[in-house]
Ligand binder design. Structure first.
Ligand SMILES: *Cc1c(COP(=O)(O)O)cnc(C)c1O
Length: 388
């Protein structure tokens, strides 16, 4: 179906932060397949994990034990707030499972009327019926009604509106700690802390969508760790398999108390191939000092981009985001800047609110960042016709 207005460019090979196009050109990949190829392309450790597993068992169904899955779940639990994990193949499926977990928690606790989840304007949670209903954006829901009931929307970042929206039927709050598709907008530390307090006060479950901002993207395994608070339920996916489809829902034992045998399932979720790659990504993310290095490169990229904003105020007005999940808020049309960057040899991807998104692989080095920033500088000069 022609649901993507595709760019006329294909790739034959990738290596680290680079993609090699069938047009014979080399591109620095700061799109990362929309924040997915976390460790770049053809990472030797991931290639080995996938090919080794490919010669053993690909799939056997969750009706049997899957040791690779148990191992990844244990590692995620050890590294996070969670006590329990369910594996999926995508972000939307992780959100679906999280939504079910939130509703089931209250139902199992004798409060079946508590079904409603408060979400934020500008949110993106996926393209299934439940997740477009939760996202609530007209461009995603138009023509697909009736939508799933039970979602309200308030302004992102506004705790007063959040409080005012709570009623007897409220079950939980669903928020992206850093809004991705909505324009790379981080929730402040006070906002995330405030959400935790509200949920504790009203007995609601706090559900974070870290499909995009998780997996080390912000320099911590999960973005909410910067705020010092923890959710009850978390969905993650994009970067988790470094390009292999893997997602997960993490939850506390209490939040998942309704998810008993038979309550949920997935044919493919958590199969051996996916888990082999998920564990390999985790090996790298958890290496001593790896995330600290990500944090340092992210700071370096951000400082360089701040200088671009100062130099080209007629083209870009702001740098947003956290860690290696960054956005340039454009004064020109974001796609014009992105097209121009591609001509220079740099891949970026659009986001809402006229933002050009930069999500380099976590293995990006300072020389590659310098090269990218030079390309951004040239693209801005071409579009702005001056250097401000
Ligand atoms: C991409 C994304 C999703 C949906 O993930 P899919 O794998 O495309 O289903 C959900 N939430 C957020 C925050 C995302 O960025």
């Amino acid at each position: 179906m022609p649901v993507y207005a595709r760019i006329d460019l294909a790739f034959e090979r990738g290596e680290g932060a680079y993609l090699f196009g069938t047009d014979g050109r080399r591109y620095l990949d700061f799109a990362s397949g929309i924040a997915v190829t976390m460790l770049g392309h053809a990472h030797p450790h991931l290639v080995k994990a996938l090919t080794d597993q490919a010669g053993k068992v690909w799939h056997c169904s969750n009706i049997f034990r899957i040791p690779e899955q148990e191992r990844l779940a244990e590692r995620l639990v050890a590294a996070s707030f969670a006590d329990t994990v369910f594996f999926t193949n995508s972000g939307a499926e992780a959100l679906e499972c999280g939504i079910k977990t939130v509703r089931k928690y209250h139902s199992a606790a004798g409060n079946p009327q508590k079904t409603r989840i408060i979400c934020c304007e500008g949110a993106f949670h996926g393209r299934t019926m439940a997740t477009i209903s939760a996202g609530g954006q007209k461009k995603h829901t138009d023509g697909f009604g009736p939508l799933l009931e039970g979602f309200s929307h308030v302004a992102f970042g506004n705790l007063n509106e959040m409080r005012a929206a709570i009623g007897d039927e409220t079950a939980g709050i669903l928020v992206e700690p850093v809004q991705g598709e909505g324009g790379i907008r981080p929730g402040s530390q006070d906002y995330l802390t405030g959400l935790r307090e509200i949920c504790d006060e009203y007995g609601l479950l706090l559900f974070f969508d870290e499909v995009q901002c998780g997996s080390g993207r912000t320099g911590k395994l999960f973005a909410h760790e910067w705020s010092g608070i923890a959710p009850d339920v978390l969905a993650t996916a994009k970067g988790m398999g470094g390009g292999f489809p893997v997602g997960a829902v993490l939850a506390t034992e209490k939040a998942a108390s309704g998810m008993t045998a038979g309550a949920h399932g997935s044919t493919f979720g958590g199969n051996q191939l996916a888990m082999a790659v998920g564990n390999a990504v985790m090996d790298v993310l958890m290496e001593d000092g790896f995330l600290d290095r990500v944090h340092k490169s992210a700071e370096y990229l951000r400082e360089s981009l701040e200088r671009i904003v100062v130099k080209h105020p007629d083209v870009v007005e702001d740098v947003r985001g956290m860690g290696t999940m960054l956005g340039l808020k454009c004064k020109v049309t974001n796609t014009d800047l992105i097209d121009r960057l591609r001509e220079e040899g740099l891949l970026a991807v659009g986001s809402g609110d006229n933002v050009a998104r930069l999500a380099p692989p976590l293995i990006v080095d300072n020389a590659q960042i310098d090269a990218a920033v030079e390309m951004i500088d040239r693209a801005c000069a071409a579009l702005g016709g001056g250097d401000g």
